[in-house]
Design a protein around this ligand. Structure first.
Ligand code: FE2
Length: 204
């Protein structure tokens, strides 16, 4: 979408499911605040911050690449990366998630981690030990898979890694439903919502 000056207007992508579709693991209340307030605010802030600048005509990925590591552009990077991270997070979850990955991805998980349980355990450890706000990720690193965690808005794209799926561990992702019990949120997401099909599509 463009505004009157022809610049790109970043938009809030529609959620891939209804806001109560992830219950009981993630409540409609959490989803409505997380998507409708937090994610929307990152989009709105980004559009305000880039208006009239050389970043105004760039794609989201181009803005992230152009501002990463630049302290004078930290506000723009943080909002752009959080727009990208949240869209990726919604797609990393599914009402029909959990269970077994597609066989192609399952083979990669077995060769990289030794098995699905070990992969889930690494994801859970990364998600629960990330100090403060951030993200846990399954990524493709060359021919193998690995788990990483990032702080605040940081993301694998700027580290030369291809993200396959993510779990948001900012408090706004779970506090209404789980209060301080981040491990309960993480384990429920991994068991019931994680979208292995999305990860397999991203690997291909
Ligand atoms: Fe979030």
């Amino acid at each position: 979408m463009s505004n009157q000056t022809g610049n790109v207007q970043h938009t809030l992508p529609p959620l891939p499911y209804a806001d109560n579709a992830l219950e009981p693991v993630i409540s409609a209340n959490t989803l409505s605040f997380h998507y409708g307030k937090h994610h929307k605010a990152y989009v709105d802030n980004l559009n305000k911050l880039i208006a009239g600048t050389e970043l105004a005509d760039m794609s989201l990925e181009q803005i992230i690449a152009a501002t990463a590591g630049k302290t004078d552009k930290a506000g723009i990077f943080n909002n752009a990366a959080q727009v990208w991270n949240h869209t990726f997070y919604w797609n990393s979850l599914s009402p029909k998630g959990g269970g077994e990955p597609p066989s192609s991805l399952k083979q990669k998980i077995e060769s990289s981690f030794g098995g699905l349980d070990a992969c889930k355990k690494e994801l859970a450890t990364a998600a629960t030990t990330q100090f403060g706000s951030g993200w846990a990720w399954l990524v493709k690193d060359g021919d193998s898979l690995k788990v990483i965690k990032t702080s605040n808005a940081d993301l694998p794209l700027i580290k030369g890694l291809k993200p396959l799926l993510t779990i948001d561990v900012w408090e706004h992702a779970y506090y209404l439903d789980y209060q301080n019990r981040r491990p309960d949120y993480v384990n429920a997401v991994l068991d019931k919502l994680i979208n292995w099909g999305f990860a397999a599509d991203n690997y291909a």
